[in-house]
Design a protein around this ligand. Structure first.
Ligand SMILES: [Zn+2]
Length: 373
């Protein structure tokens, strides 16, 4: 009898231990990691610009690089879609390396901080991936979802009636890149979009760049999508990229495609807005096993086959499309957009120590600070 009571007590203790471990790990996924770089002058919360997201999981860290020298300003967004890791990693690599000499830079690596706190289990997506550092250690990064975590926003409506008058599928109200220009009284994701727009308006941001990834079979990849006000920036940056033999498409933002950053932020603020896409097989429907390897190497035999059959919109072969290449493309495109801006504006934005395309491809790990988690 005593033995059974003892076994029961141990069983209950075991259940409690599992509950505590699960709770701690669940809550830790919701904590936005604080990052550091030598050029960061201030780390502030996005709720600084809109109190309505304060103390919620929609709030996120904004890394500010204020040179103290008057000039232009740029906002760089990663993680609008948290299942598109090259955008997040590009933002992190930039914030851990750059120094700003003139003007002001704002970097938000986890634009939808809620979307990084869960992943798409039904897509078989991994929870984490890691990058090797030169000293043999690794940096681990979460792989999230396209949409806001249902624990932060639920239920979504059957149809999403966007304020522009467009009707979208109900789930799109959890997609940050359908919620612009945002609504201070709307769904949490609409409040998040509103907060980002408030930052842009109040800080008089000149350029906004929103980084994404897309499937290689989708026509808009390896592309700069630009609001018509940013056409000159996009065209000049494309010419500079092509001089380096980096092919990139230009896509003008369609006027009727509502809710997206390049349309709505461009229409509702003075900023020039550009969205960057780079091809990534882990985003695509043709992919096989979706694991950390696929996320990091971008190598998938079904995509190799599709490329041979001429079905893809990205140059693709047995070398895959590694995350180092995807990040190199994003960061070099941003570099050239800023150089283009400096050619046409007196409000200069001068940045030192942007990692080069070749160095990123050769060893992206050497641009990451040793860091836990
Ligand atoms: Zn995206």
């Amino acid at each position: 009898m005593k033995r059974r009571i003892l076994a029961f007590i141990f069983y209950i203790l075991g259940v409690i231990a599992v509950c505590i471990i699960a709770t701690v790990s669940f809550i830790s996924m919701k904590i936005n990691p604080v990052l550091n770089g030598p050029g960061v002058t201030e780390t502030v919360k996005l709720s600084n610009w809109f109190e309505g997201i304060k103390n919620t999981n929609m709030d996120t860290n904004v890394y500010v690089f204020d040179s103290g020298v008057e000039g232009g300003s740029i906002l760089i967004l990663g993680g609008t879609h948290a299942n598109e890791p090259a955008g997040i990693l590009s933002a992190i690599v930039m914030l851990e390396n750059i120094k700003v000499e003139t003007g002001k830079v704002f970097i938000i690596p986890y634009a939808n901080n809620s979307a990084i706190s869960h992943n798409d289990a039904m897509e078989g997506a991994p929870e984490f991936y890691h990058i090797d550092l030169p000293d043999g250690s690794t940096r681990d990064f979460r792989f999230g979802s396209r949409r806001t975590n249902p624990t932060d926003q639920w239920p979504d409506p059957t149809l999403y009636n966007h304020q522009s008058g467009s009707t979208l599928g109900g789930g799109e109200v959890s997609n940050l890149n359908r919620c612009y220009p945002g609504d201070p009284d709307g769904y949490p994701t609409e409040k998040l979009a509103y907060a980002i727009v408030q930052l842009i308006k109040n800080e008089k941001v000149d350029i906004v760049i929103d980084m994404h990834e897309s499937s290689p079979e989708y026509p808009v990849n390896d592309a700069i999508v630009f609001h018509q006000n940013a056409a000159e920036l996009a065209i000049t940056a494309q010419m500079m990229l092509e001089m380096d033999n980096i092919q990139i498409r230009l896509e003008e933002s369609p006027v009727n495609l509502r809710g997206l950053s390049h349309r709505e932020i461009g229409d509702s603020t003075d900023a020039m807005v550009l969205l960057l896409e780079v091809a990534n097989p882990s985003q695509g429907r043709l992919r096989g096993k979706t694991d950390e390897d696929l996320v990091v190497t971008g190598l998938d035999k079904f995509y190799v086959q599709a490329a041979k059959e001429g079905k893809l919109y990205a140059p693709y072969d047995e070398n895959g499309y590694p995350i180092s290449l995807r990040v190199a493309r994003h960061i070099t495109t941003i570099d050239y957009i800023i150089q283009s801006w400096n050619m046409m504006s007196e409000k200069q934005i001068l940045i030192d120590d942007i990692p080069s395309y070749e160095n990123l491809i050769n060893d992206i790990g050497s641009f990451l600070i040793e860091h836990e988690g």
